[in-house]
Ligand binder design. Structure first.
Ligand code: BGP
Length: 489
């Protein structure tokens, strides 16, 4: 007997900028993701901008900001995959129908901030943007699909990001709270599950997993950005509860499990350090409403001096989250020793774990890690949990009008089994939304060929293809999983 509750929320997840397209339709303003070019496994994505009259491209990772003083620019001779993405903006009815056919109980999606406040600073929201999401939510309700809405998924308004240098000013908190409040009021009764930020800890993860790990100025930037985001999130939680006590709010974490590469005490310390900096710092701030003891040490190490007021501390305490929500794709092994066997991709860096298999993008498949993460975090916070992203990005072979993706089925099956065990061991797990339930633009690489979906979308890395949708083998498999409430895997 599987251990999933009768009202377990099975479903899938996407983000506005990775599926919608229509980047300049319906009054939408430009977001930071609209100036991201396509990358590949070997080449990174770039942000395109002008600075002092000159055109620049700089390496971009999800959620990344522009250099101070830069103006984000769409260049005529560059390809921007998010501009059309998979055209969910025009095809949402067809897509939701397919989700309903799989039996989805929930669909996690994000709202593009720039559809609601195109520059982030307008006094009134953009009606066409509000109407679009209302139609989407009503369409979901038609099939009894419960929306889980991410308020900010790496898609800040470009104009705001330029003005406030990517969350380096309190003005950003006010702009965010105004936007979130608009959503809570507008969609009261239609939406009850909210996530304030996507993978909030990515600001820190980016540095520890890329290049030299960032200098003190980068850490100052990341920690200050996070602090303002924690305050914004905490204020949003309180407002959400005031507007509708039925609202349930989380703040999403990129959940990575770290293992020491050896029993060398230096590796054990490094491993603990990774947990503290990359996972627990952000988890504690939002679940306990205060910074952990080790925060002082982390700040001191990089000469970080935060603008924190007593009022902020009180707000963090008053606006703790209702549930612990996270993505889970992989574990990472860390070591202080030289190793020839290294892995590196977006979100990954470290030594290769000889006990695990790696995807084409260097992500380690580790279902036991998911069980470990669930049980550890439940024990630390005692909050209801949701796995709001999980999945395997692979190159799919489209043949005979479908994809035979048994590798994806295997990956998901093992992770569902891991969740089942965690529930059996006492974890209060409420939902599971697989990432990219329909193929979409990859956040880290901008590729279409890194596919996660149950539904194949005919579009390639250069933006060619009919955009037609085709159920993969995994579509029918997941349909059975949901029908049997996790019994038939
Ligand atoms: C998470 C993001 C998603 C998503 C996923 C897969 O970090 O929240 O937006 O894209 O990872 O990553 P990628 O698209 O780089 O394979």
């Amino acid at each position: 007997m599987a251990n999933f509750s009768n009202d377990f929320l099975w479903g899938g997840a996407t983000a506005a900028n990775q599926v919608e397209g229509g980047f300049d339709e319906g009054g939408k303003g430009l977001s930071v993701t609209d100036i991201q070019t396509a990358g590949s496994v070997a080449t990174p994505r770039y942000l395109t901008y002008t600075l002092n009259g000159e055109v620049h491209k700089s390496v971009s990772m999800p959620g990344g900001g522009l250099p101070a003083g830069a103006k984000g620019t769409v260049l005529a001779d560059e390809y921007y995959p998010n501009h059309v993405a998979i055209d969910f903006y025009h095809r949402y009815k067809e897509d939701i129908k397919l989700f309903a056919e799989m039996g989805f109980k929930t669909y996690r999606l994000s709202i593009a901030w720039t559809r609601i406040f195109p520059n982030g600073t307008e006094s009134e929201p953009n009606q066409a943007g509000l109407d679009f999401y209302r139609r989407v939510f009503e369409e979901l309700r038609k099939y009894d699909i419960e929306p889980i809405v991410t308020i900010s998924h790496y898609e800040d308004p470009l104009a705001l990001s330029e003005k406030y240098n990517d969350w380096q000013d309190r003005g950003m908190i006010d702009a965010y709270v105004k936007y979130a409040t608009t959503l809570f009021k507008e969609y009261k009764g239609l939406v009850k599950y909210w996530l304030t930020f996507n993978e909030i800890n990515s600001a820190l993860l980016m540095m520890s997993t890329f290049g030299d790990g960032g200098d003190d100025a980068d850490y100052q930037h990341a920690y200050q950005k996070l602090h303002y985001q924690f305050v914004a999130s905490a204020r949003a939680v309180q407002i959400a509860h005031e507007i509708d006590p039925a609202n349930v709010v989380g703040n999403m974490i990129c959940g990575i499990v770290y293992y020491p590469g050896s029993p060398d005490p230096q590796d054990i310390m490094l491993n603990r350090y990774n947990w503290e900096q990359n996972i627990l710092y952000c988890s504690d701030a939002q679940c306990k409403g205060e910074y952990p003891t080790f925060a002082k040490r982390l700040w001191a190490e990089h000469n970080v001096h935060l603008d924190i007021t007593d009022q902020d501390r009180a707000e963090l305490k008053a606006g703790t989250v209702d549930m612990y929500t996270f993505s889970y794709y992989m574990s990472n092994m860390v070591t202080t020793h030289d190793t020839d066997d290294k892995v590196g991709g977006n979100f990954t860096a470290g030594a290769k774990n000889p006990y695990l298999q790696y995807s084409a993008w260097g992500w380690a498949t580790d279902p036991t890690g998911l069980q470990y993460y669930l049980e550890t975090m439940y024990d630390r916070y005692h909050l209801p949990m949701m796995v709001v992203e999980n999945g395997l990005g692979e190159v799919d072979k489209f043949e005979d009008g479908t994809v035979h993706d048994d590798y994806r089925i295997d990956y998901l099956r093992q992770h569902i089994q891991a969740m089942d065990k965690a529930i059996e061991n006492g974890v209060d797990l409420r939902g599971y939304t697989t990432w990219g339930c329909i193929d979409c633009v990859s956040a880290g690489t901008g590729q279409m060929s890194k596919r996660y979906g149950f539904i194949y979308v005919d579009r390639d890395d250069q933006g060619k293809g009919t955009l037609a949708r085709y159920p993969k083998d995994s579509f029918y498999w997941y349909q059975k999983v949901i029908q049997s409430n996790g019994e038939e895997l």
